[in-house]
Design a protein. Structure first.
Length: 69
C-alpha cells in the first residue's frame, strides 16, 4: 500500500531508534544528537542493542490493510 510506514522496514527501524534515543532525552544542539546517534549505532553494531523486526507481523498487517479499487 502507498504511504504505509507500518509496512516499511526502515520506517520501523527509525521509530525504534527514535523511541530508544529520544524518549527521555533533551539535546542542547545537533552535536549532542549526532554523538548520541553514533553511540547508538556503535552499540547496535556490537550487538548490545537488539532490534527484532518481524516479517510475519508485517505481512499480517499488510493482509489486513484495507484495499480500495
Amino acid at each position: 500500500p502507498v504511504k504505509s510506514p507500518r509496512l516499511n522496514a526502515i520506517e520501523q527501524f527509525w521509530l525504534f531508534i527514535k523511541n530508544y534515543i529520544s524518549a527521555a532525552s533533551i539535546f542542547n544542539d545537533l552535536k549532542d544528537l549526532y554523538h548520541t546517534l553514533r553511540r547508538f549505532f556503535w552499540r547496535y553494531s556490537n550487538y548490545d542493542i537488539v532490534y527484532n523486526f518481524s516479517l510475519a507481523k508485517t505481512i499480517h498487517i499488510w493482509k489486513q490493510w484495507p484495499s480500495y479499487s
